[in-house]
Design a protein around this ligand. Structure first.
Ligand code: SDX
Length: 428
């Protein structure tokens, strides 16, 4: 709701009054929608100070290190709920009761298989293809199989597409891994929960019985929850913009996967582990910190820094605790954990990092846990994409449920050539 007004005084022009709108939490916004008629645009590459939409799904306070999903704090969800409960909360807006949860879980289980033809899509890729390239392809291709859930203006179509994507992402992700190691695909099982099922599809094989380790399954589930949603990050904004044209849900999620792949975003967990491996021991930390601080050196300390968090990423706190617990329970001594802990200690007291408010983010510890539970590094960002699918779907659905939804079409500041005549090279 609008309350106060902002008045824009532009030299020589009549002052422009702009309404200020309050949210339930966080900064108020200046509604600039009618600014276009003034002959001026606002200019904010990278959206440092621009709200692209109204949303009720996730709230982040970067200064206080707060992350809420539909009002529930992330640490309470990560420690007291499972990933499917969090998916229900993100999709439907409140925690399910037991019956709602059971029904949701059963429905998800019954959509985990993919069309048998999808298996042949994989055969078109090299075995050493990056799995995010494969995921971009096969997730977008789902649109070719589900013509009955492509009408984005139909609530039922949107709901079935949500179930299909949430349910099939683990199956497709595990297929990427199996294909990369030349092992046969393992079918999903309805008697296992979401995380157990994913681990079974990843690590079982037809030659022997595979028992899922409950400690690893719990850690996997927590990692899914910690990556589920994060308001208007780059990949979610990509899904919203793609969806604003009416594109089908499978194409929009494929667009989100493509955006997440970037090393500045979801690709940071894989890049972070490579950085820790490159540092290799605590004696080299100073050298890499200096590289990170050197303006002439493109090296960045992956897993540090965040556009919104100028305090500790609350997910990193939970991830750090889980990392220690899982590696201890599995009796894994990973020298990279020692490097990570020492790197974090030194960085958090380093003047450059303190002044620029660069704290460990969600990607800093996730790679160490994933490596500890046996996930290969090249699959890290696929895990992130799987986890974030529910966030992408929730935002895509929220956008389509908003009657004032319209196609996203940003304007620009043009600094190119003014009109000039073309001189033909030859008479065509
Ligand atoms: C995710 O948006 C989200 O919510 C994303 C995410 C989600 O859940 O969806 O949280 C997931 O993407 C987490 C971030 C993962 N990325 C990394 O860990 C990559 C390393 N971090 C950076 O690339 C960077 O911090 C970003 C991209 C995360 C944020 O970039 P910003 O907000 O545009 O900030 P910036 O790049 O302008 O950096 C500000 C300053 C710069 O120095 P100056 O130009 O002011 O002198 O801090 C420096 C940067 O050079 N800086 C770093 C650094 N990150 C920023 N210097 C060294 N190492 C780093 N990691």
């Amino acid at each position: 709701m609008a309350s106060k007004k902002a008045t824009l005084h532009i030299e020589g022009d009549i002052p422009i009054e702009l309404p200020i709108i309050n949210g339930t939490q966080g900064p108020q916004v200046i509604d600039i929608r009618q600014l276009g008629t003034s002959g001026y645009f606002t200019f904010d590459p990278g959206f440092l100070a621009t709200a692209s939409c109204e949303s009720q799904i996730t709230y982040i306070d970067g200064d206080k290190g707060i992350l809420l999903h539909r009002g529930y704090p992330i640490d309470q969800l990560a420690n007291n709920a499972d990933y499917l409960e969090v998916c229900y909360i993100l999709l439907y807006g409140q925690a399910p009761n037991y019956q709602e949860y059971k029904k949701f879980k059963t429905t998800v289980s019954h959509h985990t298989m993919v069309h048998e033809q999808i298996a042949s899509f994989f055969r078109g890729f090299r075995r050493d293809a990056h799995p995010m390239a494969v995921m971009c392809g096969v997730v977008g291709a789902l649109a070719a199989f589900y013509h009955d859930s492509l009408d984005v203006n139909n609530d039922m179509h949107r709901e079935i597409a949500a179930y299909r994507l949430l349910s099939k992402m683990p199956t497709l992700a595990a297929m990427c891994y199996k294909y990369s190691i030349g092992q046969p695909f393992i079918y999903p099982r309805n008697d296992l929960n979401y995380s157990e099922n994913f681990l079974h599809m990843m690590f079982a094989n037809p030659c022997e019985k595979y028992e899922v380790n409950p400690i690893i399954a719990r850690a996997m589930d927590k990692i899914f929850t910690l990556h589920a949603d994060h308001e208007q990050n780059a990949s979610t904004s990509t899904v919203r913009l793609a969806g604003s044209s009416g594109a089908n849900p499978f194409a929009c999620i494929a667009a989100g996967i493509a955006s997440l792949w970037g090393p500045a975003h979801g690709g940071a967990n894989e890049a972070c582990l490579h950085t820790l491996e490159e540092i290799a021991n605590v004696d080299s930390i100073e050298k890499y910190l200096n590289k990170a601080k050197d303006k002439n050196d493109p090296f960045r300390l992956m897993g540090f820094g965040h556009r919104v968090y100028k305090n500790y990423d609350p997910r990193a706190t939970v991830m750090r605790e889980a990392c220690h617990k899982v590696l201890k329970e599995l009796n894994i001594k990973d020298p990279l954990l020692e490097v990570a802990i020492e790197l974090e200690r030194i960085a958090l007291s380093d003047e450059y990092f303190v002044e620029k408010k660069l704290y460990p983010n969600v990607d800093f510890y996730s790679g160490i846990i994933l490596k500890g539970i046996g996930i290969p590094v090249y699959m890290f960002t696929v895990i992130f994409a799987m986890s974030r699918t529910i966030g992408w779907i929730a935002h895509w659905n929220e956008m389509h449920s908003n009657p004032s939804n319209r196609i996203g079409r940003p304007r620009q500041l043009y600094t190119g050539q003014k009109k000039r005549d073309f001189k033909p090279l030859y008479k065509p």
